[in-house]
Design a protein around this ligand. Structure first.
Ligand code: C2E
Ligand code: CA
Ligand code: CA
Length: 567
């Protein structure tokens, strides 16, 4: 009995109820009511699958009951079959208009009554299935979206991008597409400096911009952290516009930190390459320009693959190399043209790899992009301190050593503590350890750099501005940044004898340095002609192959010893 559907028979005439009960008692649990009001109470109290209702009743008639049920969201779904007297076509029509499922006429013909009720229930079942199907479809769609879409930004995620971009490329064989891989420079720093929500806002805004940019003809996705990819028809892609657009959109958020997107582009020349490999290629192109401030995007070419393999080798080996002592320093003397004496030296890192020579020009940018540079720099500083201690212990007139300080160090809060601990450990005066910084640190975060430079000098560490003149904010920066020494970028000295403009610029820098109480050093000096020119403009401190190439520590010590004894 328990699992049968419930049929409610509403009729004031008992005999009618008895007859109908006989028809249906095997298939249904039968409930009875004498009028609409009682029926309503039953319906409110329990689940009813179908109602058979007489139209003419005292207290509340069938029309009233039908009206109440069909206008109530909760009960409107219950099928109501009305029972009318023979030849009462008006009532039948009215009841059907009000939402009755069907009618049966008295006196009852058992076969017709059974058939009609069965049909009503069958229709009901079909309808119920349809509703369920719609709900199921909606659920499926939601699930699909949840699987396909990035929950933070609402654009596609990595897997969906691979699938959909693949379909797009296959489906439009006559269109040529580009894959663009975008990354925010130093996004980790943004997360460190601001709250998480700020980082999220930046990502959401970028995603919004990218989806506008690609429009209907392309697709975009966030494939991890702050990495986005686009797949767009090549003729729709204007990279300058894309970069400028996303930059200004993000700038409009008013976050007090420069946020720059960098991009690599792979122009799809083989539509059957898996999309993840296309993305890798675009990523490779991006990696090539990492750390370069002026270049915001690059296009993939096949030479990059070889470079990528080499880079992977470097990354795989760096940790081991540091632990095994494969990194060492060389020292390049700085001379004073007047005194002909060594007045300083720059410590330059070397990777003494057992199998091959890898130049710092190759591995430094990689370490700058993966953060390893911070550890390597500290190692180099310590080596520099060791050579200073050696000079002291040998009783020499100590030649100060300058070390390179990659901009990433400025994001480390214990940077200063580390330097102080080093000079303490080797018992060295801070004035002997000079710090070479580059403009890029200033561009990242001017306020922070200014504060740090003041603090270094406060502790007695001299600060050099390396590669001065190579960036575009050099002069602007000079006004705020109290450094001790300007080291003029090699590019200028190379132009000596070739370009009078470069000469004029150098002369002005030397003059400016004098006025601002900053020393000026020129690096990359290779020829007598360059030396003569530098003397003529009053620049006396030089570093370059003309006097000495970078030397291993022992040779450097010997040179210092000889030069101090000899004169
Ligand atoms: P840099 O700091 O501008 O260093 C000067 C570079 O110029 C050195 O190259 C040096 O060997 C080279 N050089 C010196 N005199 C001459 C010359 O007369 N002619 C020419 N053509 N080159 C000259 P190196 O050692 O290959 O270093 C390249 C760059 O790698 C450095 O440029 C610096 O940016 C970076 N680097 C080197 N060591 C370190 C380090 O310990 N830490 C960090 N963060 N960067 C380093
Ligand atoms: Ca340097
Ligand atoms: Ca330099």
């Amino acid at each position: 009995m328990g699992n049968k559907p419930v049929m409610l028979i509403v009729d004031d005439v008992e005999i009618n109820r008895v007859v109908l009960t006989q028809f249906f008692q095997e298939e249904y649990n039968i409930l009875e009511a004498e009028n609409g009001k009682d029926a309503l109470e039953i319906i409110e109290g329990q689940a009813v699958s179908i109602v058979l209702v007489d139209m003419v009743m005292p207290v509340m008639d069938g029309f009233q009951l039908l009206g109440i049920l069909k206008t109530n969201d909760q009960y409107a779904g219950i099928p109501v079959v009305v029972m009318t007297a023979n030849n009462d076509g008006d009532s039948e029509a009215r009841a059907m208009e009000m939402g009755a499922a069907d009618f049966i006429t008295k006196p009852y013909n058992p076969t017709i009554v059974r058939c009609r009720i069965r049909n009503v229930m069958a229709r009901e079942e079909i309808e119920w299935r349809r509703v369920e199907q719609v709900a199921q479809n909606r659920q499926l769609l939601e699930m699909h979206q949840r699987i396909e879409l990035d929950s933070l930004t609402g654009i596609y995620n990595r897997e969906a991008f691979y699938r959909r971009a693949g379909d797009m490329l296959q489906g439009h064989a006559n269109t040529s597409y580009s894959i663009v891989y975008l990354d925010i420079s130093c996004f980790k720093v943004i997360n460190d400096l601001f709250r998480m929500e700020t980082g999220n806002l930046i990502l959401k805004t970028a995603a919004f911009y990218f989806s506008m940019f690609v429009g209907e003809k392309g697709i975009c996705a966030r494939i991890e952290a702050d990495h986005f990819v686009l797949c767009v028809p090549a003729d729709k892609l204007d990279m300058d516009k894309l970069i400028a657009g996303v930059d200004s959109t993000i700038q409009s958020l008013g976050i007090s930190h420069h946020i720059h997107f960098y991009a690599g582009v792979y122009q799809v020349d083989n539509a059957f390459l898996p999309v993840d490999q296309m993305c890798d290629r675009a990523h490779m192109a991006l990696n090539r320009i990492k750390g370069q401030y002026m270049t915001r995007y690059a296009f993939y070419d096949n030479g990059m693959r070889d470079q990528m393999i080499e880079e992977q080798m470097i990354v795989r080996n760096m940790e081991y190399a540091l632990n095994e002592g494969q990194f060492g320093i060389v020292l390049q003397p700085m001379y004073n043209l007047n005194s002909k004496k060594i007045v300083g030296a720059e410590a330059l890192v070397r990777w003494n790899h057992p199998k091959q020579q890898i130049s710092p020009g190759k591995f430094i940018p990689i370490f700058e992009s993966n953060g390893f540079i911070v550890r390597l720099d500290r190692y180099v500083w310590e080596q520099a301190c060791i050579t200073l201690r050696q000079q002291i212990d040998r009783g020499l007139d100590v030649v100060p050593v300058s070390v390179n300080v990659s901009r990433l160090n400025f994001y480390n809060s214990d940077f200063m503590d580390y330097l102080l601990s080093l000079v303490k450990k080797y018992d060295i005066e801070p004035r002997l350890l000079k710090l070479e910084i580059t403009e890029s640190a200033y561009m990242d975060n001017p306020h922070q750099l200014i504060a740090m430079v003041r603090a270094f000098r406060g502790h007695g560490f001299p600060v050099l501005m390396d590669d001065f003149g190579s960036g575009f904010s050099s002069l602007n920066m000079l006004k705020d940044l109290p450094v001790d020494v300007l080291k003029i970028d090699m590019a200028f000295v190379r132009e000596v004898g070739r370009s009078s403009r470069a000469g004029a610029i150098m002369e002005s820098i030397v003059d400016l340095g004098g006025r601002l109480n900053m020393e000026v050093v020129v690096e990359g000096v290779e020829t007598q002609e360059q030396v003569d020119f530098l003397e003529s403009i009053g620049c006396h401190d030089i570093q370059g192959y003309y006097f000495a190439k970078p030397l291993d520590v022992e040779s450097f010590m010997g040179l210092v010893e000889r030069s101090q004894k000899g004169e």
